[in-house]
Design a protein around this ligand. Structure first.
Ligand code: NAG
Length: 523
């Protein structure tokens, strides 16, 4: 997909780098116990190991097979994912679609504190940190409501690299002092797109303040407490937070809207996606035997479509039954009673390879960022059923870019809504054309995203943390950063000048008045 010119350029570039780089020891910290987060962390770790580095990854999952010869070590946090699954099961994630915006903050705070505490408390982590022989040249930490984990970089005296799984959001912008005007950059919790109405902008501004107050007054102090509970000699969290050498962003202009980025914030969105491989025989036959094409339906790894209420499940089945297309449905049970003949169900599916097959016409998804990235990579139009997190924002963005439609969870109660949405997506060619266009934007880059990530990580090591990329904005207090002190000064001086002038004016007036009065009297 990359142009010839850039491919040969890339080859020379990569050969040059390989000749130049030495093998570095890297620690990759991705404890978040969700398959999508692990997918990102392990892709990055494997990419670095394949580039010749010695990589250690802290994660709640294990690789099934690791290529021989790679220096790839796992610190596997056993029991984490089982615990998370239990919590999710009790919650029923589909109900989260109704949680009001404000309530999401305390929910995220407690989820973040929970994973931070359990990671620090894990015996394998204690052992890793106690081992005097452990040395790293850089520490890459997923920045996901776990800011105390920046301590790993401090502990190993290595440059800190943060990885943002959701692009340049409020959580990372404040760490490096990146400007993000709330007038056109929606908070990820607000479900808006970059084109907001006046009242959306009002709410977005308000929420920006509330979420920043939450971060500084509640979340960071909470993280600081956990940090000092496990590492009493650690510095205050404020010394760790703003010491990032680099921020890697799981985003790209093709997956989001254009935003300002400081020179140490690097887009690598799409780095985890690989070209589609050949499908297993049963799937390949099913897809290639579909005369009218295939629809792929998956709600991701956390939401289980087997947990959908029966009426919604029946509505979906009836709609699928009436289609001439075939449907592949990620369904987590062995059996789906009444399954139509044109539907194939499976607990696990090679999503990337399915989306990469030219006979796949439509992707019905929850709109998670990984699914969004993969569908853009392969140029497949999307019908989203967003439930929580950034899914509504991603859905709105895809609608704005003309290759997506969205249907709310409540609307699934009406069979007709589902049928109308699917028919619109399959018959109107604009969706397909716009999806192909977006895909072109993603692929038209000077380097592949993984090579970009590797380049910048090595760059930070070569330049001892690259302090020359750090903005002076980080040394200012918040009111200085937004120039409040300057405004206050200018306004005060202006008021003072006006006061003095009016006083002088009054004195002059009084003098001339008494003069004229005197003249009048004398007459
Ligand atoms: C901040 O980062 C620099 C460069 O990596 C490092 O030398 C310094 O010790 C770090 N400071 C803290 C408090 O982590």
């Amino acid at each position: 997909m990359y142009t010839m010119r850039s491919t040969s350029g890339l080859f020379v570039f990569v050969a040059f780098l390989i000749a130049l780089t030495k093998c570095s020891r890297l620690l990759v910290v991705f404890p978040m116990e969700a398959p999508s987060h692990y997918n990102l962390g392990s892709s990055l770790a494997k990419g670095l190991a394949e580039a010749g580095h010695d990589v250690t990854i802290i994660a709640s999952f294990k690789e099934k097979s690791i290529t021989k010869g790679l220096k790839y070590r796992e610190v596997y946090l056993d029991g984490f994912y089982e615990e998370r699954k239990k919590q999710f099961k009790e919650m029923n994630l589909f109900k989260m679609t109704n949680i009001p915006m404000i309530m999401r903050l305390p929910f995220m705070n407690s989820m973040g504190n929970d994973i931070t505490e359990r990671t620090f408390a894990h015996p394998k982590i204690q052992k890793l940190l106690d081992d005097q022989n452990e040395k790293f040249d850089a520490v890459i930490v997923e920045n996901f409501i776990n800011d105390a984990m920046k301590y790993f970089a401090y502990h190993f005296k290595a440059p800190l690299i943060s990885f943002s799984p959701v692009g340049a959001n409020a959580w990372v912008n404040i760490l490096v002092g990146n400007p993000a005007p709330p007038s056109y950059i929606p908070n990820a919790f607000m479900d808006y797109s970059s084109q907001m109405t006046f009242f959306e902008r009002v709410l977005n501004n308000l929420f920006d303040v509330i979420s920043s107050l939450n971060t500084h007054l509640i979340f960071f102090p909470g993280q600081n407490k956990i940090l000092h509970k496990y590492f009493p000699n650690a510095p205050d969290i404020s010394d760790l937070l703003y010491n990032n050498s680099l921020v890697l962003l799981n985003s790209h202009v093709s997956t989001t809207f254009p935003v300002p980025l400081l020179p140490n914030m690097i887009n690598i969105g799409g780095f985890h996606v690989k070209p589609a491989k050949t499908l297993p025989k049963d799937l390949k036959d099913f897809i290639e035997g579909a005369k009218h094409g295939v629809i792929y339906f998956s709600m991701g790894s956390n939401l289980q479509s087997k947990d959908l209420p029966e009426n919604i499940r029946n509505n979906l089945m009836n709609t699928f039954k009436s289609l001439k297309e075939r449907v592949i449905w990620k369904f987590e049970d062995e059996n789906l009673p009444g399954k139509p003949n044109n539907v194939l169900i499976s607990k696990w599916l090679p999503q990337n390879d399915i989306l990469g097959h030219p006979n796949v016409k439509l992707f019905i998804t929850h709109g998670g960022l990984l699914s969004t990235t993969e569908t853009i990579y392969h140029g497949v139009p999307v019908l989203t059923i967003p439930i929580f997190g950034d899914q509504k924002m991603n859905a709105n963005q895809m609608i704005q870019h003309g290759f997506g439609q969205s249907i709310s969870y409540e609307d699934l109660n009406e069979e007709n809504n589902i049928r109308t949405a699917i028919n619109e997506m399959l018959t109107n060619t604009k969706y397909k054309n716009n999806a192909k266009q977006r895909s072109k934007i993603m692929h038209d880059q000077p380097n592949k995203p993984m090579d970009t990530a590797i380049f910048w990580i090595e760059y930070v090591i070569r330049h001892n943390g690259a302090p020359h990329l750090r903005t002076a904005g980080l040394d200012l207090a918040w009111y200085q950063y937004i120039s409040l002190d300057v405004y206050a000064f200018v306004i005060s001086v202006s008021i003072l000048v006006v006061l003095i002038l009016s006083k002088l004016f009054k004195i002059c007036c009084r003098k001339t008045k008494t003069k004229t009065d005197k003249v009048k009297k004398n007459n």
